[in-house]
Design a protein around this ligand. Sequence first.
Ligand code: HEM
Length: 425
Amino acid sequence: MSGHPSTYEPKYAAAKWMDQRLPIIRMGADFMTFPSPRNLNYWYTFGGILALCLVVQILSGVILAMHYVADVDKAFASVQRIRRDVPFGWLLQSMHAVGASMFFLAVYMHMFRGLYYGSYKAPREVIWILGCAIYLAMMATAFLGYTLPWGQMSFWGATVITGFFGAVPVVGESLQQWLLGGYSVDNATLNRFFALHYLLPFVIAALVGLHVWALHHVGQNNPIGISAKTKEDTLSFHPFYTVKDAFAIAVFFVIFAIFLFYLPDALGHADNYIEADPMKTPPHIVPEWYFLPFYAILRAVPSKLFGILLMLGAIVVLFVLPWLDTHKVRSMRFRPIAKWFFIIFIVMCFILGWCGAGTPSDVAIPIGKGMTFYVLSQIATVYYFAYFLIILPVLGLVEKPLKRPDSITKAVLGEQKSDADLASA
Ligand code: HEM
């Protein structure tokens, strides 16, 4: 699995026996000694954090599924029963719901890190594309899961999203009915959403396996984007990065615990504690916070079909990013112009999120001189696409990078040439 030569020597007869038949211990040992660039910072701990988030979601989800009833007449009550009567059900249910938000928080940090350090560039295109596939699967899983508690937002959210498919020309209506298993969101829909929501996390786990395999094949990028050339440029993954990752994971899970124990409902929508009522549309149908920027893109244009295409395009463009940003320097630390466009890009993503949270009546409200939410979301949408389709490709041709250090070791140790120099100093 790993791209570096194995140094594992089985010590015990049983380990040797196993190694000749299935080198699984060797694989684990090679993983632990994997040479990682010596300058990885805390932004590089989010991969490990994400892996743990996935484990938390799967474990809590499997136990929740033992008590959940996927039937439109019982689903809402079954979740309430989990929260009130099942031993530690309140903990599991909150952990799963808060966990989804924490998972997305971590994935956004991980993705922005990748964008800033140019981790999508050769030879890491496949790592990036697998990451995009994971993100897409995460979005689908979160959407399907949100339907399960059968609250008002579950029902109406599912109605709105599946309604998008109805806007596809010619086949739209049939496609929508095929997805729903009927003419509207009902029992058949809830059942298939539950089945898929249970399945997808295991697909994500498989994709994560490929993601990490690809990472170990080509090696990790790092904050200065210069490839490791000598042994000195790297450190063994264990103990250096296991300890660093463990510390970051502990801090992350303290934040997780604060939400879990003190603010379990802060990230959700109050309307989802009202049982789904197909006869009563909530005044404001809004997705979870992590979908808001895409929701703003969807609403930035008056045409439903065009809005949907834009929203899909916002994700598709991520898949092709390695071929859009052609600048030979990876890290934006050495790209003085791209860095500023990147900062504006982040601001625009927040603006999109803010606009996405606005009610339909908010969109026309003035928020500055001649500016409305609607206009603001259009500006941010244009910037989002321009960043990938115009700014990065053009900068790839014209931007002059800053001088980069000769090696990772030089960047870390400065004038000292090696660890030996440091030791003798
Ligand atoms: C369940 C979700 C994910 C898990 C468990 C995961 C796991 C990891 C791990 C363990 C690493 C190495 C450590 C690190 O760099 O932080 C990594 C690196 C990477 N991931 Fe992910 N990842 C996930 C999602 C994503 C997504 C959504 C993307 C992008 C769309 C992505 C893109 C990358 C890239 C480009 C690298 C290489 C970073 C570098 O070497 O600079 N990952 N991932």
